[in-house]
Write a protein that binds this ligand. Structure first.
Ligand SMILES: *Cc1c(COP(=O)(O)O)cnc(C)c1O
Length: 389
């Protein structure tokens, strides 16, 4: 169980990104935590060791990352995992057969798949609701409900859920509030401050930011809950290797810088798209025409680079996807390089077609993860891709 250094919580956000969780290496003064590429630790005598016994349970490089991200989210404990899904799977092991979970209906496709195809089979039950209306969460809660799980903004429809309202419902009804903060990152939104009990990430995306690792991380403040999650982490063992933890830590150091750049580019590109293609077809929480723009502004301090566009048909979507050069056609998001994708056949292919249709994930929908290249080049790329449409 990795606890943040208390003094790290006093620094401002950009300072935390660079220093929180790390101290110069005591033996050499190395400013970056070493990559402790080891599976075990030699003990001085039977039962006498330095707090490290076996690397599934604890690794110093991983601990530096866990303290760093915990400090960014304003929580007391961090837990790094081998992927976002591995992280969520371990969080779900806090629950048991017979437990009921209320979940946002427009969550990441893999989240829906884990719940619907794996955990349901093991005796847990789920109700998926549109969490833009917190009353629907309230209405779905039964005596068996143990948690509400939300994503805000959602992938790819950019629905916003009122974090304060959900935090209040969870507290009043005595259930856990769990938030996937992958899209906004703690640079723009810190769910623990709104009453969430656990915040988690696919650190594959913005936290690492360089498209070179797969990882997940959870942050929480309650000591008892942290002890239970540490037990699961060690018992189930979905942990990252030290090299991936180190790369992610290198990534989080520039999180404040990168998110500012993603946000500036996101606003420029969304404005260009709204002007060129019609504001009603461009989905970006930073546009004043987004139906939940006011709520987004209340709980987020920036909007990032994720933009969805309704092209109107699969053909038009395929045309744009086939023509862009700077925006590369690929799954994933949140890296420094711009990506473009087709949610219906890529990230959300595991969601049944009827369900996709209900949420607006049509065959004409494309999703842009706007990177940190020069915005003029991104717009020029889209300009030639939209020509004649
Ligand atoms: C990618 C993603 C996940 C899954 O994380 P992996 O690291 O790919 O396992 C979960 N939630 C969101 C919002 C994501 O974008």
């Amino acid at each position: 169980m990795t606890r943040v250094f208390d003094e790290d919580l006093n620094a401002r956000f950009a300072t935390r990104t660079i220093h929180a969780g790390q101290r110069p290496d005591p033996t050499t003064g190395a400013i970056m935590p070493p990559i402790y590429q080891t599976s075990t630790y030699v003990q001085d005598a039977l039962g006498v060791h330095k707090g490290y016994e076996y690397a599934r349970g604890k690794n110093p490089t991983r601990e530096a990352l866990e303290r760093n991200v915990a400090a960014l989210e304003g929580g007391r404990h961090g837990f790094a995992f081998s992927s976002g899904m591995g992280c969520l799977d371990s969080i779900m092991k806090l629950f048991s057969a017979g437990d009921h979970i209320v979940c946002g209906e427009n969550v990441y496709g893999g989240t829906f798949r884990l719940f619907d195809k794996v955990l349901r089979r093991m005796g847990m039950t789920f109700t998926f609701v549109d969490t833009r209306d917190p009353q629907r969460i309230e209405d779905a809660i039964t005596t068996a409900t143990k948690a509400v799980i939300i994503e805000t903004p959602t992938n790819p429809m950019m629905w916003i859920t009122d974090l304060a309202a959900v935090g209040e419902i969870a507290k009043r009804r005595g259930i856990l509030c769990i938030v996937d903060n992958t899209f906004a990152t703690p640079a723009f939104q810190r769910p623990l401050e709104f009453g969430a009990h656990i915040v988690y990430h696919s650190s594959t995306k913005y936290l690492n930011g360089h498209s070179d690792i797969v990882g997940g991380i959870a942050v929480l403040s309650d000591d008892g809950l942290a002890e239970r999650l540490q037990f699961i982490l060690n018992a189930a063992g979905a942990v990252p290797g030290p090299m991936d933890a180190w790369l992610t830590l290198r990534g989080t150091k520039t999180l404040a810088l990168r998110m500012k750049a993603h946000d500036a580019n996101g606003r420029r590109v969304a404005a260009w798209l709204a002007n060129r293609w019609g504001v009603e077809r461009v989905i970006f929480p930073g546009l004043p025409t987004h139906p939940q723009h006011e709520l987004a502004k209340q709980q987020m301090s920036g909007f990032g680079g994720m933009i969805s566009v309704e092209m109107g048909s699969r053909e038009k979507a395929a045309t744009v996807l086939g023509r862009t050069h700077v925006y590369a056609l690929a799954e994933s998001l949140g890296g420094v390089e711009s990506l473009i994708s087709h949610p219906a056949s890529m990230t959300h292919a595991s969601v049944p077609p009827e369900r996709r249709a209900e949420m607006g994930i049509t065959d004409g929908l494309i999703r842009l993860s706007t990177g940190v290249e020069d915005a003029d080049d991104l717009i020029a790329d889209l300009e030639q891709a939209f020509k004649g449409l």
